[in-house]
Design a protein around this ligand. Structure first.
Ligand SMILES: C[S@@+](CC[C@H](N)C(=O)[O-])C[C@H]1O[C@@H](n2cnc3c(N)ncnc32)[C@H](O)[C@@H]1O
Length: 213
């Protein structure tokens, strides 16, 4: 699939290393530019994800981990539909510092491609929106999301259409289903950056953990 240039100074599909990705977002976050661009480009990911999540989640107090929370757009969208028990992590310190105070209960700066410093079964849900794209998080991170999510918890994520097969998301998502690690609640393609003609897959899965006893 052809890579679409969304008009950044550096095209996103040329980012190869974690350092390049970090620098890219640290620069993009200066003077609220990331948020302004997302507004201007009609970025629908956070609102779409929060909406579908809210259709299936039943407890507004659930503890939600926002993986790759950036400037907090997913946190804002979740708050709009009633969820405020949020924690987030991101690579970019600049974006983390731009998040409105008290939107998240806890924030950390970390590389989510590394094993997560989070105990098994810690969260009721994981959200990961906009962060499965070129040079960002790998499909294997989904295994970590399953590990940190409680039995019957929810995992809601988007995957840029350009990497869905190329980075092995199709096979990883299917394997987690075949191995009975999660079951599908929704999987569909949507207009993600509407003004740039970029689409993404949106997945919502329920975690299955069979007790040993
Ligand atoms: C397109 S932004 C999406 C941010 C936010 N979820 C949103 O929807 O606005 C992608 C985010 O992924 C973060 N990111 C990229 N690679 C990462 C990594 N290895 N570990 C943690 N965060 C990463 C970036 O810093 C950036 O905030």
């Amino acid at each position: 699939m052809a890579q679409k240039d969304i008009g950044n100074r550096i095209p996103i599909h040329t980012l190869n290393t974690t350092e390049q990705v970090k620098d890219f977002y640290n620069e993009w976050g200066i003077k609220d530019k990331y948020n302004q661009d997302m507004l201007e480009w009609n970025y629908t990911g956070p609102i779409e994800a929060a909406h579908i999540f809210n259709n299936y989640a039943h407890d507004k107090d659930m503890l939600i981990f926002d993986a790759g929370c950036g400037s907090g757009l997913v946190g804002k969208a979740l708050k709009e539909v009633g969820y405020s028990n949020l924690q987030g992590a991101d690579l970019s310190q600049t974006l983390l510092e731009s998040i409105p105070k008290n939107l998240y209960k806890k924030l950390s700066q970390s590389d989510l491609n590394e094993p997560l410093d989070i105990s098994d079964n810690s969260f009721d849900a994981v959200m990961c929106v906009g962060t499965f794209t070129y040079g960002h998080l790998k499909a294997e991170v989904l295994d970590e999301f399953v590990r940190i999510t409680k039995n019957e918890g929810l995992i809601c994520f988007t995957v840029n259409e350009g990497i869905y097969e190329e980075y092995g998301f199709d096979t990883k998502i299917a394997a987690l289903e075949t191995q009975n690690n999660w079951c599908k609640l929704a999987l569909y393609k949507f207009d993600y950056l509407a003004s740039k003609d970029v689409h993404a897959w949106l997945g919502l899965y329920q975690v299955i953990k069979v007790s040993d006893s």
